[in-house]
Design a protein around this ligand. Sequence first.
Ligand code: ZN
Length: 438
Amino acid sequence: MVTATVLPDQTVVVEGNRIAAIGPTSQTEIPPNSTVVNCQHAYLMPGLADMHMHLRYNWLSDTWPVSPLKLYLANGVTTIRCFGPRGKTGRYGLTWRKEIESGRLDGPSILTCGPQLRGHFKENPEQIVIRQKYQHFDFIKIYAFVDRQEYHTIMSTAKKLNFYTAGHIPFQVGLDGILAEGMNEIAHIEELIWEVSELDRHRYFNNEGEWMSYAIQTTFSRFAPLLELNPREQERKIETMVVALANKLKDKPVPVCTTLVIDDLIVRKLFDPDDFLERPENRYLPLSYLERFRKGLGKHQLQFKGGEVFAPFKYMLDKKLLVALKAKNIPLLLSTDAGTGIMGAVPGFSLHDELSILVENGFTPYEALAAGTVVASKIVQRMNGLDEFGSIVPGKRADLLLLAKNPLDDVAHARSILGVMAAGRWYDQESISAMLDR
Ligand SMILES: [Zn+2]
């Protein structure tokens, strides 16, 4: 994944959890007593990262038919980065990380922020930032309702502590505000859409539901006149808008998580629910979610009620933004927002859908895979100082994905998994099928 080429006839040596060597098979010595995996006629690539997902405390319970930690591994995802652990204090993510590192638990390497900073604080947010830093969370996640003053306190405390900051664009602060404060990363492409909505930045919201319906309604009424225009005129106006937004980011390129698979799912759930319900991977979702969905009570079914037509329009805007951001060389990070079990994105499987969406929107297969490998690792380095996954280089973590077909020819080939190595532990096809057994 350093260049878009295939190196034939290579041998990779792994010792412990690290890559020890890579080189032409004729010149690379295999240490005595090694376990040898014959990879002839197969393709080896670095394991993938889901750069925006959510851990949830009930992952190891029977709420999930199979633990999402295993769903990730089985799909070749060897790094996950949590954008807000849901439930409890969020420290279970740090516990699982240690258990996985020590081999007591099967799963990908975990990076995680602490509980989201959602605003309406009961204590000085400075204290929360300091606490999360010394609890060894990797970054802080800022949510949409943090007010201007709170945001400034959070950002200046984080800067003093050299603590990475990522999140939504708080609606009181806006894009210009977060760029001025130097927030390190934006949590979703869709955050940028609200920027053109002329939001009333002095409003108060009690919860996500209130904020989301306000954002959706305001944005929809802002764009409604556009829907009256002829397609070409409409396209031209939108083009101008998204390019202006992308331009704002280009001087200090702030990485953005893609999470487009959620848009795709929203449209499918609203307009083709039977198609959504037929997905084979639904068998891995919590049953309670599918029951709510069948009753029309899913999160997005409620959020878009009466404004369903906005969903495909918003998806179109997000895709245009993707293209504009890519054209300005803004780092884009492969990500899905999966994990909570309330949106229908299945951990691991959804990352492959995201890869396909990127390719459908102008990425080469190499560029899409890079967003979840080399590019992702470079951004993580800004966060914790370690560039240790995403390419097959001595010294990096042994996160590898063995495929039957070349993913540079077709990104869907990243699904043709013959085996996965996560931090030096090898899972062959048989152990992967066993992991997926409900
Ligand atoms: Zn999220």
